[in-house]
Every structure is written in C-alpha cells, then in structure tokens.
Design a protein around this ligand. Structure first.
Ligand code: BDR
Ligand code: CA
Length: 305
C-alpha cells in the first residue's frame, strides 16, 4: 500500500477524489488536511470532517492555512457553492479535527518518524509551502507530490491560469522550486477526463454510500461542465488520485516548469519549457494525457467498494 496524505479544499470534485482514495486498496491514506481555496478555510475544514465521518473512516483530519501565503483568498464559490459541497448537505461530523495544523501533521507523519510520504494536493499549495518553510528537511521525506493544478495551455480561473495555482502562486512557486519530484496533473490532462451522462448513470448509489455522495457531485459537475461545452463531467481532482492509484493511466512528459507570480495577465500560470530553451533540468512530470476509458473503469470500480 502506498502511504499518502491528501491535502484538499473540498470542494465538489475534491469530494469525489476523497471517496475514491478512501475506497482504494492501493492507498493507505494517513491523513486528510484542508486548506482555504474553493471555500474559506473554516468551510473546507468542516467539509473535510463531514466527508471523512460520512465515509466512516478513522483518519486524522487537520486544518491548514486560512489564506494564501501572500495574498487574500479568492474562492471558487461560483463553482462549488456557498458551502463548498455544491448541492449536497451532509450531516454534522462525528469526529473532531486535530489541533495540529496541516504543516505540523506533514512533519509528524514523515520526518519525525523517519518515514517517507507521498503527498497528493487537490487545492492551493499554501499548506505545503508553509510546511517547507518551517521544516526544510521535509524535502527528504516527501518523496513525491502529485498535484491537481496548473496547465501547459490555457487557464480556467483566468485565461492563463488554473485555479489551484492562481489562488496561491507564491506558494506554488516555492513548491515547484523545492526539488521534490512533482507530477502535475493539470488541465491538459483533466480536461480529457470526463464522465458522460451514461457513465455516471451506471453507478449504483445506495443512500449513505460513498458512491451516493460522489454521484451527487458528478451530477452537479456534469451540468456545469456540459454548459462549458465539455462532453461530460470533468474530473479534475479525481484524476490526480487516479494517477497515484494507477500511474499507467496518465501519460507524462518531463519539463522544466516555472510559476508566474508577477504577470499582468498571467499570474498563476505554470510556464512549461516544452522546447527546452531555458536549458534548466526538468523539475516536473507534466501529465499530458489520460486513458479516459480505463480512468472511467477505475472510478466505476471504486464506487462499488
Ligand atoms: C481545481 O480547482 C478547484 O476548483 C477544483 O477543486 C480543482 O482542484 C480545478 O482547476
Ligand atoms: Ca480542489
């Protein structure tokens, strides 16, 4: 089993990703940490607790940053709704969050125990940046970061930038420069990972199940994404989790990637050196494609678990 921590901002698609990760036999989820992003820090933290309680898992949940490291928070309420969970109202959580902040928990679950960890990030990178500032030795214990974020091409929150990087570009820049191997599951990949109406409909979703929760989110995203012209519900965060469960699902290319923090029109853009003009060594495996059919199969299987 692959030991992972999931840092997220639930979030409709984060919720699906959590349902998948917690159902997967391939992953040993050591903790779920939350960050301000799609909604405020209080809301994403509460949602994290609600989701883990609903799934009846005993996994530590810790809250992280209240806002990006150098900027005010820009939420994505227009996508994820007032609570952050779109159309779903979950019961109050039956577990409590840890008092330990996310960055201290990263340290406690890895360096402090001399254990390596794979970090999956599904939101802005504020918690990871704070962790790296406070505990530089984490570079040797976080063996890999698989992130949903960034784009080689166009953006979704601005014409140039993808939301998770745009929301905290200074944090993203620190993470990209940290020397930790990164797999960037950005829009180039996730925009190819959609679930059609029929594919969503085949998912059996008894009330109270993880599948029920995920399917409600899929239906919500389906309406939103098809409005934008996609053939189905685009699965951003689930693609990153899927890429850790089965790395053969995605195709990656190694590139040098920098994060724009000062652009007039391009702040938050992940600038990918496709032609190798900077001569800098690659720091990121950029996901450029996904085997959509096998991705859908994986999602459908995990919904039965
Ligand atoms: C990313 O932004 C968020 O709104 C989603 O949860 C996902 O992590 C997609 O750009
Ligand atoms: Ca997210």
């Amino acid at each position: 089993k692959h030991a992972v921590i999931i840092d997220c901002d639930p979030g409709t698609d984060d919720t699906i990703a959590l349902v998948m990760a917690l159902a997967s036999e391939a992953l040993d989820v050591k903790a779920v940490t939350t960050v301000a992003g799609n909604q405020t820090a209080d809301k994403t933290a509460l949602n994290g607790l609600k989701i883990v309680s609903y799934l009846k898992k005993e996994i530590p949940v810790a809250k992280g940053a209240d806002k990006p490291i150098m900027r005010p928070l820009v939420t994505a309420e227009h996508v994820h709704g007032e609570t952050g969970l779109g159309p779903v109202t979950l019961p109050e959580p039956s577990i409590e969050g840890l008092d330990t902040p996310a960055w201290d928990l990263f340290y406690q679950l890895s360096a402090a125990k001399n254990e390596k960890i794979h970090l999956i990030t599904l939101g802005p990178l504020s918690n990871v940046a704070i962790a790296l500032m406070k505990y530089p030795q984490l570079r040797d214990y976080i063996t890999h970061i698989t992130m949903m974020g960034g784009s080689m091409g166009y953006g979704n929150d601005t014409p140039a930038a993808e939301y998770n990087i745009y929301a905290d570009p200074e944090a993203a820049r620190m993470v990209f420069e940290a020397g930790i191997p990164i797999t960037m599951v950005g829009l180039d990949c996730t925009h190819q990972a959609w679930l059609t109406r029929e594919e969503i409909d085949t998912i059996e979703a008894p009330e109270g199940s993880g599948a029920w929760l995920a399917k409600a989110m899929m239906n919500h995203i389906h309406a939103f994404a098809t409005n934008y012209g996609f053939p189905g519900a685009v699965m951003h965060d689930p693609s990153a989790v899927a890429a850790v469960i089965d790395p053969t699902l995605i195709e990656t290319k190694d590139y040098y990637v920098a994060v724009e923090t000062k652009g007039k029109h391009t702040t938050g853009k992940t600038v990918v050196d496709v032609m190798g003009v900077t001569k800098k060594p690659a720091n990121v495996a950029v996901a450029v494609g996904i085997d959509r059919e096998r991705f859908v199969q994986l999602v459908q299987e995990l919904m039965k678990a």
